[in-house]
Design a protein around this ligand. Sequence first.
Ligand code: ADP
Ligand code: MG
Length: 348
Amino acid sequence: MHKPTLGIIGGGQLGSMLATSAKKLDIKTVIFCDDINAPAQNFSDVFIHGNYNDKNKINEFIEKVDVITFEFENIPFETLNEINKSKPVLPKPSVNRIIQHRLAEKDFINKLNIRTTQYTSIESKSEIETVQNLLPGLIKTVTLGYDGKGQHRVNSIKDLDHLNIDFSKQYILEKLVKLKKEFSIIITRFGDKKYEVYEPIENFHEDQILKYSIIPADLSEKILKQSKLWATELSEALKYIGTLCVEFFLDRNNNLYVNEIAPRVHNSGHLTINAYNVSQFENHVRAVCGLEQIQIKKICNAKMKNLIGDQINEYRKKKFSKNEFFFDYLKKEVKLKRKMGHLTILKK
Ligand code: ADP
Ligand code: MG
């Protein structure tokens, strides 16, 4: 069988891990990224540097590949749609149009009768005064947020005086969920009712950034079943091809909510590289390149620890035991709150 060449838009750690998995499957990768220092160029076969609106560069990229995917969801819909006219983009661009906009995403989820936190669109300060039933809440930019960026906690209307929110942008106000747990489900969909679902991963955040993830998640049988059902329903409704992550909240009364969907491989799934026979990255490459679907099997329980900011320096010097796997993203610059690497520890 002729193996396609895979184009990946975005050159961060997710792009790196996708390229590494593709290599294992003997699939060539071309990374297109607007960052000249993109770490994924260390792992791909070809690297193209260019702005995401540079038509010439995009054409150069399209010519070199057979199928295109992406490692982050904030690529303009128009760009993906244009590319899709020449070479298939998977998952399809319409998925991104929904998910890159927090309001459209939550509307979509609720239409499927899947619970999210209560929310409303906010376009001015005075609008918040009329929806005080959603306080305490979180106000988030509707587009372009990640790792808690673009989010503000609003306990009461008085908080708005010192928050300096720029209301030239559109926001969503979400009621704060009294969290008992956060977890995620990663699913790779190959086609109609054809998917591989990883077991739920329990996630621990600090300052809205993922600190560590573990399997197995400590969940009741009921929650396990419900969350798995919702994850498969969401991926079916999107007619998704590739790996997707659904983030869940469980509140103190054991109510389950979908927090958000990531239309891509996900940080919480890094432990699948070492803990499963097929990782979330390999499965994504398999699905978008039309390769064989293999039944996934857990090899070991695991804990994944994100190495954030200057934490990486200590780990670069460390010695590891046989059940520890250190990943250095090879980012040129160490920055506060920047994900620099991770460590996976396998457990019995
Ligand atoms: P991001 O796109 O930055 O991942 P999220 O909406 O997932 O944005 O928010 C990041 C984290 O902030 C969540 O994982 C959770 O810990 C916290 N958070 C976000 N929204 C809520 C909410 N409505 N109630 C409670 N915690 C929340
Ligand atoms: Mg999130």
